[in-house]
Design a protein around this ligand. Sequence first.
Ligand SMILES: [Zn+2]
Length: 104
Amino acid sequence: MTAKHKAVRHKHIPQRSCAVCRQVCPKRELTRLVISPEAGIQVDTSGKAPGRGAYLCGNPVCWERAAHGEVLSKALRTNLTEQDRVRLSAHMAQLAPQVQSNHD
Ligand SMILES: [Zn+2]
């Protein structure tokens, strides 16, 4: 055992909460959505896009709710368009863990 207790400074990690489930996570573990006047709701992979943003955690359920509920429209103060929902669903599909289907 070589692990020594070093004087680890508490580094401030930015925390944000998921717009749907409200779970607080380090910002980098959340996905930022940003509302663009021209392009609607965009997945902001850089986390730095200008504009009003909202964060979603990695739970596909939250994305599902975000796409079909009112959470995002309230958080982003916009109305989700069909294209926004499609974009969210597309991103959600990437998030979804490889669910092993029960083949019976
Ligand atoms: Zn969530």
